[in-house]
Design a binder for this molecule. Structure first.
Ligand code: ASP
Length: 415
């Protein structure tokens, strides 16, 4: 069996074993779980998470710089940038609309016995839209790197990449340095991925063991509604993107991208998954490095269809539990704020739930309602993160294919 296939098989196997192990401990031996979790599962999972997180900042900086330098002219960058951001906005809007539709069709918040009296959730203030936009430019790029501020880092890397492209021969030494740095990062991604099965087992067993069965029993309908929306969105939207615009069969896409999705699933972090998702898109899906290096880090930062889906279903759910009827204009408001909220959601575990406060506030729903879904969110976070990363990869496949025609016309022009 080929190396990457074997790794995917091992990760998936580890996930299933972890799931069963977590459930069994949660139901039959909670006292054993209390010992196994802090001394075995938690350290094992954290080692894996930290190892991949260690690579994120240097990898994103190096690969975006190289990606932009490789694209060469600013016009091409503008075209790819517009296509990428346009795609992100359209698919996120579809995602949230689908989620609202499913929320209304399945009515997860109607008829259950939800205890809203003890619901307690403190919302933090979301930054204003203008501040979010202004904040994209780092006043101190080194600080952006040390604090892991992805958007600021991306902006800085785009500038450096442009400068490298314009200066050409004058800076070829630095370009070489970046290329070699990239080799090192890719090598390290492969090394770290060898620990993925153990990490995936520990992370899922810990999550399921902690929040398992009880949370699921009460929140089953909500859980199923979010899951259904996620699966439908992935199959319909990403399936048609890759087959219509990417000339790739959806089966090849999902099979090829499975290793990255399983890492996203175990880590619940798009940004921690980035090293793996880029490598998988380049090696297995054949996306050129320059495109993958630009589209995927940007996507891991601003494109979160899975998160938008959770926010859509959660909003409808909370409205139903509290007996609030949302008007059409309120629903449109939900679509708009959920798109913004998912752009503002960082690719780390659990942030989507915090950003949900912004969506609820926009239509005056009680923010405390979030407390109802916290219990089940860890498991949904895993699934939506897998969808978040698949969305970025589908976009990369689409951009790669549609850029081919420009490439051939550019080549014939320069001939
Ligand atoms: N965990 C998600 C991600 O990293 C974000 C979220 O929805 O909480 O993509």
């Amino acid at each position: 069996m080929e190396g990457s296939n074997k790794l995917t098989r091992n990760i998936i196997l580890a996930l299933i074993l972890g799931l069963v192990f977590g459930f069994v401990l949660n139901i039959f031996a909670p006292s054993v779980f209390k010992i196994v979790d802090p001394y075995i599962l938690y350290p094992l999972g954290t080692i894996f998470l930290n190892l991949i997180k260690m690579l994120v900042v240097p990898l994103v900086f190096i690969s975006i710089t190289l990606g932009v330098a490789g694209l060469g002219d600013p016009q091409k960058l503008g075209r790819i940038g517009a296509k990428t951001i346009g795609y992100f906005l359209v698919t996120t809007t579809i995602a949230i609309s689908l989620a609202i539709g499913i929320g209304y069709a399945m009515k997860p918040g109607v008829g259950g016995s939800f205890d809203t009296s003890s619901a307690n959730f403190e919302a933090t203030e979301a930054p204003s839209f203008i501040d979010t936009l202004l904040d994209v430019i780092p006043t101190n790029p080194i600080e952006a790197m040390t604090t892991g501020n992805m958007l600021q880092m991306i902006t800085f890397a785009v500038f450096i990449g442009l400068a490298l492209a314009v200066l050409g021969d004058k800076t070829k030494g630095i370009l070489k340095l970046f290329e070699q740095g990239n080799e090192i990062m890719m090598y390290l991604v492969n090394v770290v991925m060898k620990t993925a099965p153990a990490g995936a087992f520990a992370l899922i067993a810990s999550a399921v063991g902690k929040q398992g069965w009880e949370a699921f029993k009460v929140m089953g309908m909500y859980f199923i509604a979010v899951l259904l929306a996620l699966i439908l969105h992935a199959i319909l939207v990403y399936g048609s993107t890759v087959s219509l615009f990417g000339k790739m069969s959806p089966i090849k896409f999902f099979k090829g991208f499975a290793p990255a999705m399983s890492v996203a699933f175990s880590t619940s972090s798009s940004s921690a998954t980035l090293p793996v998702s880029m490598e998988t898109a380049q090696k297995t899906l054949g996306v050129p490095k320059s495109i993958s290096s630009f589209v995927q880090p940007l996507g891991a930062t601003i494109n979160m269809d899975g998160t938008a889906i959770m926010q859509g279903v959660a909003t409808v759910f909370i409205a139903q539990v509290y007996g609030v009827d949302l008007s059409i204009s309120q629903l449109l408001m939900v679509v708009l704020t959920a798109v913004l909220a998912s752009i503002g959601t960082a690719g780390v575990p659990g942030v989507g739930l915090i950003m949900l406060a912004m969506v609820l506030k926009s239509v005056n729903l009680p923010v405390e309602g979030i407390a109802l879904i916290i219990g089940i969110d860890r498991l949904l976070d895993m699934t939506r993160t897998a969808v978040n990363t698949a969305g970025d990869a589908a976009c990369a496949v689409m951009v790669a294919e549609t850029e081919k025609k420009h490439q051939s016309s550019e080549e014939s022009l320069s001939a």
